[in-house]
Design a binder for this molecule. Structure first.
Ligand code: URP
Ligand code: ZN
Ligand code: ZN
Length: 492
């Protein structure tokens, strides 16, 4: 007997869309069957008129983040417990966070970060170790990180003064050591130029939010990406570019791919839905994140990159600093902790600005938000798939519901949202993680235990960067949506 049947939903996977019943036994998907054919179950959810997607995988979040600013640590308002609850409320069932090296060795840093998450996190999670020291001991620890289930590193090419920067020697060696069995992700910004521009801005009294964006123009990102691509080519390693934001960077990725460099690029929901005009607003300082929000031309170029397949993933880069933390830099951008709270908003943002706007199809959305990150980071088909045997990680979406965003749209301790006032569709009705309803209507259910588990991963020689791809021309999404709307009308 099945434990759960989700009946009559319109299933969207990265490959296509169809109507089916979905059956769950324990924590796993047991069956997909023609509508109306799965009846015997302990519990039934009626999904008529709803979209049923694989639970979203967010491969770039910072839960319980802290930044060293003006001689002290500034903590985010959320932690693994509350941050993952917000993620669940937004349709996400797996998050990948970071283990950023501070005083410990890389392996010990992973263990310490697991100590912060285990017993508190409500979703399954994995970690990208971030190495911050250019020492032989650090590089020698990489094989042990692979053994510990963390085959994807993140290296900061900036934040020297915060002690987070890994220099080019670490990048070169990490790409070489992980070749064929892991990947190296980069936060790509040219440190020297950004630091120089910042010092000059301070000296000249230019410290407003738009001055922040001007201190890190597109070329600051593009130069660092160019350098990282060269090192990836030289070593044969796989490069993952976190939060690509500038149109020049896309051109570099396209050229590198054409000559066979193994590179995978991600952008984030905010770079696709906000532009640098917000820095002129009275609350512009709150939008400070790195890389900065870009021009409307960049936003359009990023959507083009999504369409062409140059961009494979849309993550959140969630960072939960509350308004008090952000407002300390109201008059001086150097005092603002960087990052935007966005983990709950990723699905409605991309559904509305992507699918409803006719830019991408529903299957392409599922690929960007779930399947591609699961495949790239070694979680597929346990995650990112609706296959018999996959974890029963599911999200039900009402394609017709529209709501205006506010900080209270999700269960979150963060008291503001960069998307305030946006009218969005694509809100999750329910999020199911390993067979358990974890969130409903934007609220995370805390009645269950904090049951998230650490996901050890392996990329065991099968890290594949996408090759040249067919364009993901929009149009099917509208068709798909039309079909669901028609179905809803029929059933009502
Ligand atoms: O501005 C960004 N991307 N913040 C995320 C967290 C960090 O410190 O990089
Ligand atoms: Zn970053
Ligand atoms: Zn980040």
């Amino acid at each position: 007997v099945l434990d759960l049947v989700i009946r009559g939903g319109h299933i969207i996977t990265a490959e296509g869309e169809f109507d089916a019943d979905l059956g769950v036994v324990g924590e796993r998907i047991a069956a997909l069957a023609a509508p109306g054919t799965l009846s015997e179950a302990r519990r039934t959810i009626d999904a008529a008129g709803l979209l049923l997607l694989p639970g979203l995988v967010d491969p770039h979040v910072h839960m319980g983040h802290r930044i060293f600013l003006e001689g002290a640590w500034v903590p985010a308002a959320d932690d693994f417990a509350t941050g993952s609850a917000t993620a669940a409320a937004g349709g996400t069932t797996t998050v990948i966070d970071f283990a950023i090296q501070r005083d410990l060795g890389p392996v010990e840093t992973v263990a310490a970060r697991r100590g912060e998450a285990d017993g508190r996190v409500v979703l399954d999670y994995a970690l990208h170790p971030a190495l911050t020291r250019a020492t032989p001991e650090n590089l020698a620890a990489i094989p042990a990180l692979l053994e510990a289930g963390c085959p994807s590193l993140k290296l900061y090419m900036i934040y020297r003064k915060q002690g987070r920067m890994a220099d080019d020697a670490v990048l070169f060696n990490a790409l070489a050591v992980t070749r064929g069995r892991g990947l190296v992700g980069v936060h790509a910004e040219n440190s020297a130029i950004a630091e120089y521009n910042t010092e000059l801005a301070i000296q000249e009294g230019r410290t407003t939010p738009i001055d922040f964006a001007r201190s890190k123009p597109n070329y600051v990102e593009a130069e660092a990406i160019n350098r990282a691509l060269f090192l990836a080519e030289e070593t044969g390693g796989t490069l993952y570019i976190f939060h690509l934001s500038a149109r020049e960077s896309l051109t570099l990725v396209a050229m590198a791919r054409a000559r066979g460099v193994k590179v995978i690029a991600e952008t984030c929901a905010h770079y696709l839905t906000l532009s640098d005009e917000v820095y002129e607003r009275e609350d512009g300082h709150r939008f400070i994140c790195s890389p900065p929000l870009r021009s409307r031309a960049d936003v359009e170029a990023l959507w083009e990159g999504v369409d062409s397949g140059l961009l494979s993933v849309v993550s959140s880069d969630h960072c939960g600093f509350d308004s008090a933390a952000k407002d300390r830099g109201r008059a001086d951008f150097t005092k603002v902790p960087n990052g935007l709270p966005s983990v709950g908003a990723r699905l409605p943002l991309i559904y509305t600005h992507g699918v409803l706007a006719g830019r991408i199809t529903l299957p392409r959305m599922v690929d960007l938000l779930s399947t591609a990150p699961a495949k790239i980071f070694g979680l597929y088909p346990q995650k990112g798939a609706l296959l018999p045997g996959s974890d029963a990680d599911l999200v039900l979406v009402d394609p017709g519901a529209r709501r205006t965003v506010s900080a209270s749209s999700w269960d979150s301790p963060v008291d503001w949202t960069p998307f305030q006032g946006m009218e969005l569709g694509g809100w999750p009705v329910a999020t199911i993680a390993r067979g358990v309803v974890r969130a409903e209507e934007g609220r995370c259910r805390r009645d269950g235990e904090a049951s998230g588990r650490f996901l050890p991963r392996s990329l065991g020689g099968v890290v594949r960067a996408p090759g040249p791809q067919a364009r993901h021309t929009a149009g099917g999404g509208e068709r798909g949506l039309g079909a669901v709307r028609a179905k809803k009308e029929e059933s009502s």
